[in-house]
Structures are given as structure tokens and as C-alpha cells.
Design a protein. Structure first.
Ligand code: IYR
Length: 222
């Protein structure tokens, strides 16, 4: 058993209460501006921005610090085309056959359908993979813990970091999305978790007129 090694908490900052309140309010004001966008501009995004956002995502708390994620950043038009074709095939199945009526009704307000042009228009698709286990250099399988939670938190950090940098995102989950393993040549221990479409919104991008629940609806103080 490895002995735990501790260091003094580095870089924690407490703010004076007034500043704390202002920061909390400012953060909410900024994150509430984020909207999922389905119409993207083809303008390229700086690689350095994506790199910093991925580093931010990689700081997410996670099970046993295994960091059970891998991000594939797709900028290649050929690979984007392959992903679009495979995703639209699944989506056609979903919208025309598999989806129960109740699910389609729930999606009505969003105006989504089986056409996914953004998979080619957007400059950057970030495929997020979850690693169910690790393979040691000796070829031994090492189980990971709280994989779904960990990768979900990292995806949240990533969406937040991209928004903070001024980029729009769309969380896209064609189902099933095993085709991402084939196209992106990811190993057996990784499962696609989310495809994060990233870029600038198209000039006249429109979003559905939907609203968030109130604090009373989402929280209880006891
Ligand atoms: N994956 C499909 C359907 C879809 C499902 C949910 I839940 C959404 O919030 C949005 C879409 C699609 O991407 O169209």
C-alpha cells in the first residue's frame, strides 16, 4: 500500500464577504448567458484556447484521481464528414423509428431533427470518452471508479471554460455513438460520453425560447 503524502493546501483564496457575494452574483450573470447553439460559424477557433479549456476540464474532481477521461479534438473536415454521416444514420433511426412519442414530444420545443449540419460546419468537435478501466504497462486491467460522475463533472468544467473564453457549445449525444470509437480509433476501455460541438455561433443564430426553473423550484434550504 502506498503511503499518502500530504502538502499544505496550495493557492486557496478566501474573499472578503462583500467581494464573495459580488463574485457569486457575477458568475451567475455570466453563466446564465450561455445558450446551447445549433447554428455555428465555420470560423476557426484558436488551438491555444481549446488547449487551456481542456486543461481546465482535466482539473475536475474525480474518482480516486484516476482522471478517467480522454478528449479527441476533431478539426479535420474529412473526419467531421464521417462523424456527421454516422451520427445522422443513428439520428434517422431515432427520429423515424426508435424514439417513443413521449420523447419526441419532449423535444418539440427544441426543434431538433435528424439533420446535423453543425457536425461539419463547426470548426471543432470535442469527443469526450469515459475510461471504464485503465490498462497498466504490464497489460493489467485497473478498474476506475465513479466514471460517469467524474466525466460528467469534467464535461461541465469544459463547457464552462469554453463559455468563459467566448465560445458557444452544443452537447450532442447521438445514440448509440459507438461509431466514435471506430472513426477516432479509440481503445476498448473507452466509451463515448458526449460530443461537444464548439465554435462561434453563426451570425444570425437563433435559439429556442425556453426558460430555466426558479431557485424555489430547483432548491430547498432546511
Ligand atoms: N440525440 C438527438 C435527440 C435529442 C435528445 C435530447 I434528451 C435532447 O435534449 C436533444 C436532442 C439529437 O441530438 O437530435
Amino acid at each position: 500500500m502506498a503511503k499518502p503524502r500530504f502538502i499544505a493546501l496550495p493557492e486557496y483564496r478566501e474573499y472578503p464577504e462583500a467581494e464573495m457575494k459580488q463574485r457569486a452574483a457575477d458568475f451567475y450573470a455570466d453563466i446564465r448567458r450561455r445558450r446551447t447553439v445549433r447554428e455555428f460559424s465555420p470560423r476557426p477557433v484558436p488551438r491555444e484556447v481549446i488547449e487551456h479549456c481542456l486543461l481546465a476540464a482535466g482539473t475536475a474532481p474525480n474518482g480516486a484521481n484516476r482522471q478517467p477521461w480522454h478528449f479527441v479534438v476533431v478539426g479535420s473536415p474529412e473526419i467531421k464528414k464521417q462523424i456527421r454521416e454516422a451520427a445522422e444514420k443513428e439520428e434517422r433511426e431515432f427520429y423515424c423509428r426508435r424514439a417513443p412519442r413521449e420523447w419526441l414530444e419532449a423535444l418539440e420545443a427544441l426543434g431538433t431533427d435528424e439533420h446535423k449540419p453543425f457536425l461539419e460546419t463547426a470548426p471543432c468537435l470535442i469527443a469526450i470518452f469515459a475510461q471504464g478501466y485503465e490498462v497498466t504497462p504490464e497489460g493489467k486491467k485497473l478498474k476506475n471508479y465513479y466514471v460517469q460522475e467524474s466525466v460528467g463533472i469534467a464535461a461541465g468544467f469544459l463547457i464552462n471554460a469554453l463559455h468563459h473564453a467566448g465560445l458557444a457549445t452544443l452537447t450532442h449525444t447521438p445514440s448509440p455513438m459507438g461509431f466514435l470509437n471506430d472513426i477516432l480509433r479509440r481503445p476498448e476501455n473507452e466509451r463515448p460520453y458526449l460530443l461537444l460541438i464548439t465554435g462561434y455561433p453563426a451570425e444570425n443564430a437563433k435559439v429556442p425560447d425556453i426558460h430555466k426553473k426558479t431557485l424555489n423550484e430547483i432548491a430547498t434550504f432546511v
